[in-house]
Design a protein around this ligand. Sequence first.
Ligand code: TXA
Ligand code: MG
Length: 339
Amino acid sequence: METKILPVNEESLALAADLLRRGELVALPTETVYGIAADARNGEAVKKIFEAKGRPQDNPLIVHIYGMDMLPGIVSVVPERAKKLAAAFWPGPLTMVMPRGPEVSSVTCAGLNTVGVRMPSHPVVQAVIKKSGIAFAAPSANLSGKPSPTNAADTFTDMNGRLPLILDGGECTYGVESTVVSLIGEHPMLLRPGYVTKEQMEQVLGEEVLVSHAILEKLADGEVARSPGMKYKHYAPKAEVTILQGSFGAYRKYLAAHAEDGVWGLCFDGEAAKLPVPCIEYGAQNDPAAQAHHLFAALRELDRCGAKVVYARSPEKEGVSMAVYNRLIRAAAFRVVEL
Ligand code: TXA
Ligand code: MG
């Protein structure tokens, strides 16, 4: 299959809407990462997403909507908490897990009776939904296990030959996937950290948001994941990544002791020139939004540079940094060294 990359204009938007109506796939930018869209009602179309990504069949997809009037049918009830969170954070990078409605194919939700829904703020997504009238299922546009693409070129690297169209809408603003919060249990629970933080949601809800421990730690053998996505290998470049926790001085010393061919650093802005191995910088130390924005592209860049072993400076674990740490520790297959 030939994969076209087209700039966003009336013509390419019309083509995207047409492909979706015909049950085909379209890759497109969102404010978080690039996604692969298919009609969420059409199980046959959604199956193509799983094939294109090599994604395990039991990992559910998020449904993307435009406007609250699309919600009935996609969910069977709109929980009170969802109304509050939607008023505060939609359109934007927040996914809420709710009871699944009759319009969503069970393929989209991997057979679960719940569905993750989000209303993106990106104008390209909004235009495609408006034009097609279709609420679409869309995972990140990477091959399963790879870092999520945050630009059209990285999307093409993974999806060339696997789908007909990539809409090029430039770089994504946030760079990490949406926050996922479950509104199914007695208490709201954070399943995946993102740009919308636990603290922000707690302020809006006036109650605690529980944090699934699998966000920052490895699941124990045999433990059941609350979100199927938690149990799979994620965001991994070819290189073996290890997070080093400690001061910049300790980091530099560690790199000096481990410097050899193929060893790279993943460090904060302004640090590379002071380090004894080649490094990619992924944002300023005190700027988690910049780290989130650069992380996935930096991991892909390390692959292109031929890095075999990567030692990464550790993000913090609170606020937006929780999202960065969550992605990096998966890229590192939970290898962390305390210096
Ligand atoms: O920012 C995003 O959310 C991007 C863009 C494209 O919108 N999409 C995205 O989708 O990151 P994906 O498929 O790569 O990640 C979806 C995550 C997975 O970890 C999945 O297990 C979880 O959300 N998820 C989806 N539906 C769920 C459900 N019903 N219950 C629990 N977890 C769910
Ligand atoms: Mg993903």
